[in-house]
Design a protein around this ligand. Structure first.
Ligand code: GYE
Length: 303
């Protein structure tokens, strides 16, 4: 846990301070749209003044974004980090001023309660293991799988990969991971990597896409290559509306949710921290999952 007297800085009443939110990636991905909306809605509900920025997937821009939020008077920061390393210029400043940082969805590498107060996000290794379970189920334990990796340089991609490989290695000797390439968490990236994949390996049995956007791009590529729904078992992570609709259409086998609705948790932590309470330094959000058994009934809960 972390309390304000350990971290340095001064207690505050959340309704009296300005909160800065730094978004990492462009809001073409529903995960990002929903995350930003959740932060904004919670600020509004609590009557907290919020200033925001979006780094458009440019890490050096995110560093200056956060520095700008500080010079605009942000006394509490909620950061969705693009990369996990490289935060020193910001951390030097926030440590000196005692500005609490809450990171959401990706982690900043550093020491909790020194470099940042808390990380709020999913258990990404568990998402990888759950994606593996769904892949094993779809393939009946036999076949070749390709991984569409997320962007490099963050804990999400690393842990979604580790969890997946760990479970496949332990539970499915008949499944071989034959291809791994980054589709950069984007739809276009997922599509172009899958186009290369089906050219070099037309018999591929399954694809594990580390987010829905890449999975949706993969569907476009497979359709372009003359494949039909179910020819390649696709398992993805996020829980966007578009991906869950592809379960109903038979293209996607399962979607493991990555829940982006961090607003309530983030502001609750910021409030508790300001009033001197101890806050957990690793707060895990609950993720559901979708497959053919619930997609139709629950697509309305997807974002
Ligand atoms: O899965 C993906 C986004 O960091 C958890 O980043 C997040 C991931 C999410 O680009 O869609």
């Amino acid at each position: 846990t972390c309390a304000i007297d350990q971290y340095g800085g001064q207690g505050y009443d959340l309704s009296d301070v300005k909160v800065g939110f730094s978004q990492s990636e462009a809001e073409s991905n529903p995960f990002r749209i929903t995350e930003t909306e959740s932060i904004k809605a919670e600020a509004q509900e609590r009557g907290v003044e919020l200033i925001t920025s979006n780094a458009q997937s440019d890490f050096s821009r995110q560093i200056t974004d956060v520095q700008d939020l500080i010079s605009q008077g942000a006394e509490v920061l909620i950061i969705a980090p693009l990369n996990s390393d490289g935060w020193k210029p910001v951390l030097d400043e926030t440590r000196e001023r005692g500005i609490p940082i809450i990171t959401v969805d990706r982690a900043i590498n550093g020491t909790a309660c020194e470099d940042f107060v808390t990380f709020i996000g999913s258990d990404f290794a568990e998402q990888g293991r759950r994606a593996a379970d769904k892949t094993i189920e779809a393939l009946d334990g036999e076949g070749e799988v390709a991984i569409l990796l997320g962007t490099a340089g963050n804990n999400v991609t690393t842990q979604r990969t580790e969890g997946f490989k760990e479970r496949i290695g332990a539970e499915a000797p008949g499944i071989e991971i034959v291809f791994e390439q980054s589709g950069d968490f984007t739809r276009e990236g997922g599509q172009s990597v899958t186009e290369q994949l089906v050219q070099s390996d037309p018999g591929i049995d399954a694809i594990y896409a580390q987010n829905d956007e890449m999975g949706i791009g993969a569907v476009t590529a497979l359709e372009g290559a003359g494949k039909g729904p179910g020819d390649v078992a696709i398992v993805t992570v996020d829980g966007t509306r578009g991906a869950v609709e592809y379960i109903i259409d038979g293209w996607i086998h399962a979607v493991i949710e990555s829940n982006p609705r961090f607003g309530p948790l983030a502001f609750e932590a910021a409030e508790a921290f300001g009033s001197g309470e101890e806050v957990g330094t690793n707060l895990i959000i609950t993720d559901r999952e979708y497959d053919a058994s619930n997609a139709e009934a629950e697509v309305g809960d997807a974002y």
